[in-house]
Ligand binder design. Structure first.
Ligand code: MG
Ligand code: ZN
Length: 221
């Protein structure tokens, strides 16, 4: 039996999908590959974005949209690196939607960008239900959160293209079994790419950057 959705929810999602299609067309017209970054609070979204920008150097021109319930601290961190960045404050909303991203895109110099990272609101549940017009959906899982997260949040693990496991330098200090984590994630999403990184030591960053460059060059739907 197909679960029934309330008509008002159907309308909201249809409006979101229309706006997402417009965002994607705009990004395509400017040759910008867009990555929607989703994770729980504190998993290391902003840090992965800033370390990726530093590792890419001059190879790709990066812009960032920062989504947060409140504040602009992450946007200030990103701008300090010289990257164009736009803040979206959701005012309590627990995910970004495509109309919000569409308004942010108008404030970015798209002709001067190759890659756009959207840092979604820290939340493992609803962000994945809203297409923003991205080309790649990325989830971050950090080692201190534990290796059982795919069990608890199957929706996001089933839906993303790539999973980046962060803070692997903490593996000696916390109970996190990497093989178990991979097995759980692949049981939900057999084709998922899994990269393991430490933004502190730099371990795994070369492989992540190689994956990203390959995806941004050849992986556009
Ligand atoms: Mg952040
Ligand atoms: Zn939400």
């Amino acid at each position: 039996m197909t679960p029934k959705r309330l008509p008002v929810v159907e309308e909201i999602l249809a409006a979101n999908d229309d706006a997402a299609a417009r965002n994607r067309a705009l990004l395509d017209a400017h040759g910008v590959h867009c990555v929607n970054v989703m994770a729980s609070p504190g998993a290391g979204k902003t840090t992965l974005i800033t370390q990726t920008a530093l590792a890419l150097g001059e190879r790709r021109r990066l812009g960032v949209i920062e989504g947060d319930v409140a504040s602009s601290v992450d946007t200030e961190t990103v701008r300090a690196l010289g990257l164009p960045a736009v803040q979206i404050n959701t005012g309590g909303g627990c995910h970004l939607d495509a109309p919000q991203v569409g308004a942010a895109l108008e404030q970015l110099p798209l002709d001067a960008l190759d890659l756009l990272f959207i840092e979604n609101v820290g939340n493992l549940i609803c962000p994945v239900g809203f297409d923003l017009g991205e080309h790649t959906r990325l989830a971050i899982a950090s080692v201190p959160e534990g290796d059982d997260k795919p069990h608890k949040y199957p929706g996001i693990y089933s839906a993303v293209d790539v999973l980046v496991v962060t803070k692997v330098d903490l593996l000696p200090y916390v109970p996190f079994d990497m093989a178990t984590f991979h097995r759980l994630a692949r049981s939900l999403n057999p084709n998922i790419a899994i990269l393991e990184v430490s933004c502190t030591t730099g371990a795994g960053m070369d492989a992540w950057i190689a994956w990203l460059l390959e995806r941004a060059t050849n992986g556009r739907p």
